[in-house]
Design a protein around this ligand. Structure first.
Ligand code: MN
Length: 734
């Protein structure tokens, strides 16, 4: 056929179902594509434009799609095969059409090789997700159908590869979209190239049977027509052979010969109303003997892909079984064209946006919730509207990640070793930040290095998948073990000191095995490592060891109280061991001997201050200054009244106590230097110093200092007040 004739035929087809189509634009698209492809030829030697024309013909004739779809079908290979860009098409036609063409091109770029079933499912899902506009998929399937129809001109290798793809990807998608007619044709064409011998056998046998049973088919057809006329039911009746692939699959999966395959013949009765469907069913069952268990009511319970029909298998007079499908015209349209049939019903309403049409698909899917889980509703819903993103490895494998996933998630999804040695990431060939949000169809490449430092703690916040986060945590746990042990040990040691117990006492050879058992660690290093990477805190561990700590403290007390006779004077005794002052930190707690003491951080009391104690849960007595707001009588909770107790400074105070001072003054150069000088001249050890300038020219300086007691502290404060610019020196509390 000449190119012009082919186009005229297309226009004719469109006019037959959509007289209001934008013929001017369709013609322009044809001419534009013809020009763009003018240097190209198809494998059979014909001008390339015959292919887009044929695809547009399928889109029109088989799917009855709208003008935009026809135009996009005509232009569908322009972006991929010619210098034409998205921008060009957007300008000359419309942005929507440009998006449709680009969508089809994107799907064209996806390549498939033989993969595991799981990968296939991902690929199918990804195509659906990438398509965004359902028309992209419909045009792509039409494109594939035409390629399959003309596959004989391709190399053997290409035939096999394309047929495999079609069988594994496109036919299932056509099925999910309810497009039976296209699905069958795609399957039969694929089978022809995938198993030429099997295909040949079946088609030959079917042709033989068709000839053999030609009279049988005509006879059945007439019987049905006659009875329906008598009953006054208007109907169209078709008889046909089942299509080769459905027979092929039955033969192979059920290991049957062609003669064993049950129903080779099928009749279809198309009527006007649902009521007639059931009337016809009654008539058929009256005419022929129904086979038990072969009746299916897909009108009452539609298939997930929207298919509706009554199915029954009956026995002809000569003992040959055949299937009868009964449905209305609308049901038939949907059975043949699936989602495209619905699309068709929606078109022609002017001003309707894609979103609305899309909304319609979404609603349809939601309405079908609870239908057969395995099938398309579920997957289409998940894929098109939900929380997954599909991206490629440079090798073309598909990774399925949560929406919002980053290159970090991708890397750890491939393998934790890839994630741990990642130094950079590329998306579609360009370097991206680690927090880049991956898009459907992105090709992601992770650049690794042997000298990579491993993940950073920030990655835990950036990663979207729990898989990546847990792998990063694992890494810190394992790789930084030495560091974790050192940090964990230091933390444990300092926490233990608050209890007034030395590490070697608690963890003596006698105690250690019992303690490790209690904490379920196999070694001390394991315990330190756990503290170090944040799996558990030192406080928590000490909480679990409270009994051991109390026992040791009790032991200390007994040791202190034990006395021995003073030599040479048997009437007198002296303590067996010197009184320890360190444990009490210089504090006498009324009514309690030898309990744990800590100084509250809010007011940092020093010897000489008026103080009060509070019995905490688990960590002994916490000592506050009497003037600390946290210890103020009006702030004490009534139910805790019994826990506030009198404490006082004993004689055995420590060498120094840490406290906090706050200095406020006019900011100036060398203010900090002068403050430091005062501190060192008063022999005050500074543990920390933090200065902050305020916007209005003042400075606030917090000093953490070690002092012997309140007298020392008063001296320091007085001297600080004399520093030029200093306006106020206070002890923060509360
Ligand atoms: Mn094409």
């Amino acid at each position: 056929m000449k190119v012009q004739e082919q186009f005229d035929r297309l226009a004719e087809t469109i006019r037959s179902y959509n007289p209001g189509a934008n013929f001017e634009q369709i013609k322009a698209a044809f001419e534009y594509a013809r020009e763009a492809h003018k240097e190209q030829k198809r494998k059979d030697g014909s001008p390339f434009i015959t292919h887009p024309l044929a695809v547009a013909q399928i889109v029109a004739e088989e799917l009855h799609l709208d003008s935009e779809s026809i135009v996009a079908a005509l232009l569908h290979d322009c972006i991929e095969d010619t210098p034409v860009t998205h921008e060009d098409i957007a300008k000359l036609f419309s942005p929507t059409i440009a998006d449709l063409v680009e969508g089809v091109s994107k799907l064209t770029r996806v390549h498939y090789t033989s993969k595991a079933e799981e990968q296939m499912e991902n690929l199918r899902k990804m195509l659906m997700a990438m398509a965004k506009d359902i028309r992209v998929i419909l045009i792509k399937i039409s494109d594939r159908l035409h390629n399959m129809r003309t596959m004989e001109y391709q190399s053997l290798e290409k035939q096999k590869q394309k047929s495999f793809e079609t069988m594994e990807i496109y036919a299932p998608i056509a099925h999910r979209l309810g497009m039976q007619k296209m699905k069958w044709e795609l399957e039969d064409l694929s089978l022809k190239y995938l198993d030429p011998v099997g295909y040949e056998e079946i088609t030959e046998a079917l042709n033989e049977k068709a000839a053999e049973y030609d009279g049988f088919m005509a006879d059945i057809h007439d019987q049905i027509i006659t009875r329906l006329k008598q009953a006054g039911i208007a109907a169209r009746v078709y008889g046909r052979m089942k299509h080769p692939y459905s027979i092929y699959r039955k033969m192979y999966t059920q290991n049957k010969s062609l003669d064993d395959v049950f129903d080779l013949f099928a009749f279809r009765v198309i009527v006007d109303t649902v009521a007639d469907c059931y009337n016809v069913l009654g008539i058929i069952h009256d005419l022929f003997k129904p086979l038990l268990g072969r009746f299916k009511d897909y009108i009452g319970t539609p298939k997930p892909n929207m298919y509706q029909s009554l199915h029954t298998t009956v026995m002809g007079q000569n003992g040959i079984p055949f299937e009868v499908q009964i449905r209305t015209k609308e049901m038939h349209e949907i059975a043949e064209y699936g989602i495209a049939a619905h699309w068709k019903y929606k078109q022609g309403i002017s001003g309707e946006s894609n979103e609305q049409s899309y909304e319609w698909v979404r609603k349809l899917l939601e309405n079908q919730e609870g239908a057969d889980a395995e099938d398309f509703i579920h997957s289409l819903k998940v894929d098109m509207f939900a929380d997954e993103v599909f991206v490629f490895t440079p090798q073309g494998d598909v990774s399925n990640l949560p929406t919002g996933a980053t290159p970090i998630d991708f890397a750890y999804n491939i393998h934790s070793a890839i994630g741990n040695s990642m130094v950079a990431a590329k998306v579609n060939g360009r370097i991206v930040q680690f927090d880049y949000r991956l898009q459907n169809g992105d090709v992601v490449e992770i650049i690794t290095s042997k000298s990579a430092h491993g993940p950073s703690r920030d990655w835990m916040k950036i990663a979207r998948s729990s898989e990546a986060r847990s792998k990063i945590r694992q890494w810190f746990k394992r790789e930084k073990r030495d560091e974790n042990i050192v940090n964990g040990r230091a933390s444990f040691d300092s926490e233990l000191k608050h209890c007034g117990i030395a590490m070697k006492e608690l963890l003596s050879d006698d105690n250690l095995p019992g303690i490790l058992k209690k904490l379920s660690y196999s070694s001390l290093d394991d315990m330190y490592a756990a503290i170090g990477y944040g799996g558990i805190t030192s406080q928590k561990i000490l909480g679990r060891l409270r009994e051991d700590i109390q026992r040791i403290n009790h032991q200390h007390q007994i040791e202190r109280q034990a006395t021995v006779p003073v030599e040479g004077n048997p009437d007198q005794t002296r303590p067996a061991v010197p009184v320890r002052s360190k444990g009490e930190q210089g504090i006498v707690v009324e009514g309690l001997s030898n309990c744990l003491v800590k100084f509250s951080k809010c007011c940092t009391p020093v010897p000489g201050d008026d103080i009060v104690g509070f019995i905490t849960r688990g960590y002994g007595v916490s000592v506050h200054r009497s003037d600390c707001p946290n210890a103020a009588p009006e702030r004490r909770r009534p139910e805790e009244a019994g826990r506030w107790i009198k404490v006082s400074w004993g004689t055995n105070t420590k060498e120094s106590y840490r406290t906090i001072l706050s200095v406020f003054g006019k900011d100036r150069i060398n203010l900090i230097l002068d403050i430091s000088t005062v501190l060192s001249s008063t022999k005050t050890h500074v543990a920390g110093l933090n200065a902050r300038s305020t916007a209005d020219g003042f400075a606030e300086i917090t000093v953490e200092a070690d002092v012997t007691g309140s007298e020392h502290l008063r001296t320091v404060m007085k001297k600080l007040e004399q520093v030029s610019g200093v306006m106020r020196v206070t002890r923060p509390a509360g």
